[in-house]
Write a protein that binds this ligand. Structure first.
Ligand SMILES: C[S@@+](CC[C@H](N)C(=O)[O-])C[C@H]1O[C@@H](n2cnc3c(N)ncnc32)[C@H](O)[C@@H]1O
Length: 360
């Protein structure tokens, strides 16, 4: 008996075939998440009918405490939390097993065309916080030589695309289009990963020279492969986004998509300072990240925060509560504005400009 493959979303390979067991395990994990949805909906209704959400989203610690108290006798949050934690803890190992089972066929599809083409700032530049096992991924972003491929073609295809409430790829394209000019010559994508947002920038600004920066070798290698297959050449650079080592004033647009919520506050400030250094006078910044709690509904803010805690997202609360407009102004940017592109204020985009004349 064969199991149906999921529809292949745009930007993913159609020719990734998993062995039956690998495919079934990935589909089981996806089905488990789908199965939790009615329980989550039940919990939401109960909370919205009660009084715990009435304290609002301004003080997330208080909201969490009040909801936790209301839910103290309720089995659903325990069930959802345990199921999600287990799901996330086995997700990457199962995806790695699925890859390894077909390694002979998949390695050629995962391997970058020219291994030497990624410049590297060196291991000593890697910050300690980046080595944390994000999202419960065993071994972190580089936990397997082909983690970029595994992440992009297996985890995204089987788990994130089907469970995420929105069009992951369309959102990146919409953020790319939001940059105020049409004629960028040099664009830098910080925290580019496997190049999902980079690809949208390249498609939106086909004349621009594109640089992608990330700390993960395996994500960059797969970005390199994807660019080459699309007939594109990107300059890829392994370095921290807050200290890239790239030349000053080399870009007229510096952008990022869901990088900031992976970082502690000093690193977020560092990224804005680095973006200012990288930009030419008059250049633009476009950073898109998680929605601020204050703009979410009380239920959604509570759920985001609770889910981040259960999902190994140690810096989510920081990113959802920090005032990025203020951070941008403090770094020296002007014309700072923010825009919510989708439902419940996600994607949340901060735009700013480097002054023509740098301040004294
Ligand atoms: C959630 S992924 C987003 C990738 C990509 N921007 C996208 O649109 O899918 C976050 C990426 O940020 C990278 N990252 C995290 N901290 C970083 C840092 N300090 N400097 C550079 N990259 C970093 C991770 O390695 C990962 O590839």
């Amino acid at each position: 008996m064969t199991t149906a493959q999921p529809t292949v979303p745009d930007g993913m390979r159609a020719d990734v075939e998993l062995a039956q067991r690998g495919r079934s395990e990935m589909q089981f994990l996806q089905a488990m998440r789908a199965g939790l949805r009615p329980v989550q909906a039940r919990l939401r209704t109960r909370l919205e009918e009660g009084s715990a959400l009435s304290s609002g989203t301004e003080d997330i610690a208080r909201l969490r405490a009040e909801v936790d108290e209301e839910l103290a006798q309720d089995a659903d949050p325990g069930l959802i939390g345990a199921a999600l934690r287990w799901n996330r803890s086995v997700l990457t190992p199962r995806a790695i097993d699925a890859f390894d089972e077909r390694a002979e066929d998949l390695t050629p599809k995962a391997t970058a065309p020219a291994a030497g083409d990624i410049t590297d700032r060196g291991d000593e530049a890697v910050p300690r916080y980046w080595r944390y096992e994000f999202h419960g991924t065993t071994g972190g972003w580089d936990g397997h030589e082909h983690m970029g491929f595994i992440h992009h073609e297996l985890v995204y295809r089987y788990l994130l695309v089907p469970s995420f409430p929105g069009d992951i790829f369309g959102q990146r394209a919409a953020v790319a289009r939001l940059a105020p000019r049409q004629d960028y010559a040099d664009i830098c994508d910080l925290g580019c990963g496997t190049g999902q947002f980079t690809m949208k920038l390249a498609q939106t600004y086909p004349e621009a020279r594109i640089t992608g920066v990330d700390l993960s070798t395996s994500e960059l290698r797969y970005a390199q492969r994807r660019a080459a297959e699309a007939g594109l050449e990107w300059d890829l650079h392994r370095a921290p986004a807050e200290d890239t080592g790239l030349p000053s004033e080399g870009f007229d647009l510096v952008a990022s998509f869901i990088l900031l919520h992976e970082m502690p506050p000093h690193a977020i400030r560092g990224v804005f300072a680095e973006a200012l250094r990288l930009l030419r006078p008059g250049g633009d910044l476009v950073f898109s990240d998680v929605a601020p709690y204050r703009l979410r509904s009380p239920y959604q803010a509570w759920y985001d925060d609770w889910d981040a805690e259960n999902g190994h997202e140690p810096w989510w609360r920081t990113a959802a509560t920090i005032d990025l407009a203020e951070v941008a102004r403090e770094a020296g940017f002007t014309d700072v504005r923010q825009e919510a592109l989708g439902k419940e204020s996600y994607p949340w985009v901060t735009l700013a400009r480097k002054p023509e004349q740098e301040r004294e």
